[in-house]
Ligand binder design. Structure first.
Ligand SMILES: *Cc1c(COP(=O)(O)O)cnc(C)c1O
Length: 422
């Protein structure tokens, strides 16, 4: 199926007389006739549902749709993008291990890695996405378990050279994990470029209506855990908490990673979305392909208008011809990147704040990728504890405005920007 068809129909095929729309199974638990039947589920010998913290049919249909969109073999939903990022790494790295990450990643991911997971004994080395292959290879250690990057980094809008990062990861026998939130599978399918695991904050374009916080992890099923068995004992040796199940043996390369993440991490950490939230996410997914096209058209029109305005010092949008990222973006995302544009005003930080207050359609929000246009001034909000030097180090100038183009009329958005600039 083409991606448009998967957006609409993937993950759920009703049988004769069943509901056309995915049913919301709003139940914490499931009934069994015998304890033995339920026991088989606890041993992972049979598949089925017994408690919604581990699995729920509504969530599973929506996860299956996201797996189809990415071209993966298995997927799971999480209650937030942060949980998806954490599980994707913690599923294969534990205390004493090391991970290589692109430095151009979402601020929340950076904090999770550099502060919280470091406290759990996992070390991260951050490399510039523009690094040479030699510099990238030099970041690996014998205990490196994964490489992490983001297709289009939020908010820096840096495009990742996925092939370069995949090549280095595979040369060192570890998988490449890609946060594909901003591009979505409509614009980029990282598995086709060598990535092994994909994560999402479904809060953004997948939901698309600012309704539900959520996340997802998808496995390509292609990484050969057995070929590097000594690095990944959690997948290739028996799990005593399930009577000695070995995930790669029982579930194959196509199912091992997600089954382990569900059976161990979701069991123990419990960040599962409610079935009702999964249902709302699915409504967003049904129109993802239509909306992404419009978000990108609006963003390109806005970026072009901004770049012609004398009050604007610079514009960053990877699909704008002449942009520093343009060629890389054309390689990985020829049909469009995302709806987020960042730019700076000639008159600096104070002008940026005043400009945003003058906007009538675009609202000031800590959010992106919504049907409604919104904007944020990182220097005075999300990054306000940093001084100008610290801001520069993470690629955010004091005058930067992050502008997330919604689905409104592009002419109206441009007029709103121009009156606010005036
Ligand atoms: C928002 C975001 C996250 C975190 O997701 P939440 O759903 O807010 O927990 C992770 N990665 C990227 C790229 C994001 O934009």
């Amino acid at each position: 199926m083409h991606i448009e068809t998967s957006c609409v129909q993937g993950g759920y095929t009703p049988k004769n007389g069943e509901p056309r729309q995915i049913p919301i199974v709003q139940s914490t638990t499931f009934k069994y006739d015998t304890s033995a039947a339920m026991g088989a589920l606890f041993d992972l010998e049979a598949s089925g549902y017994f408690y919604t913290r581990l699995q729920n049919p509504t969530n599973d249909h929506v996860a299956a749709k996201i797996a189809a969109l990415e071209g993966g073999t298995a997927a799971m939903l999480t209650s937030s993008g942060q949980a998806a990022t954490f599980y994707s790494v913690f599923n294969i790295a534990s205390c004493g291990d090391h991970v290589v990450s692109s430095a151009a990643i979402y601020g929340g991911s950076y904090n999770l890695f550099a502060v919280t997971m470091k406290r759990m004994g996992i070390d991260f080395t951050f490399v510039s996405p523009d690094c040479t292959e030699d510099e990238l290879n030099a970041a690996f250690r014998p205990n490196t378990k994964a490489v992490f990057g983001e297709t289009i980094a939020n908010p820096a809008l840096t495009v990742l050279d996925i092939e370069k990062f995949a090549k280095a990861a595979h040369a060192h026998g570890v998988p490449l994990i890609i946060d594909n939130t901003f591009a979505t599978p409509v614009n980029c399918r990282p598995f086709e470029w060598g990535a092994d695991i994909v994560t999402h904050s479904t809060t953004k374009y997948m939901d698309g209506h600012g309704a539900c916080v959520g996340g997802a992890i998808v496995d390509s099923g292609k990484f050969d855990w057995n070929a590097h068995a000594e690095k990944f004992p959690g997948l290739t040796t028996p799990d005593e908490s399930y009577h000695g199940v070995t995930y790669t043996e029982r579930f194959g390369l196509e199912g091992a990673f997600i089954t382990k993440a569900t059976a161990q991490l979701m069991r123990d950490f419990g960040s599962i979305p409610s079935p009702n939230s999964a249902f709302i996410l699915n409504l967003g997914l049904e129109s993802l392909h239509v909306r992404m096209k419009r978000h990108c058209e609006n963003a390109l029109a806005v970026a072009e208008a901004l770049s012609k305005n004398e009050k604007v010092a610079w514009v960053s949008y990877p699909s704008l011809p002449g942009d520093r990222q343009y060629e890389l973006a054309q390689k990985y995302m020829p049909n469009g990147t995302c709806g987020v544009v960042s730019f700076g005003l000639r008159d600096g930080r104070a002008a940026a704040e005043k400009f945003m207050e003058n906007l009538k359609i675009a609202a000031i929000e800590t959010h992106v990728a919504d049907a409604r246009t919104c904007c944020l001034h990182p220097a005075s909000t999300t990054h306000r504890q940093m001084n100008d030097e610290e801001l520069a180090a993470c690629g955010i100038s004091p005058e930067l405005v992050r502008f997330s183009c919604g689905l409104e009329n592009a002419g109206d958005l441009i007029e709103d920007i121009e009156q606010a600039l005036r």
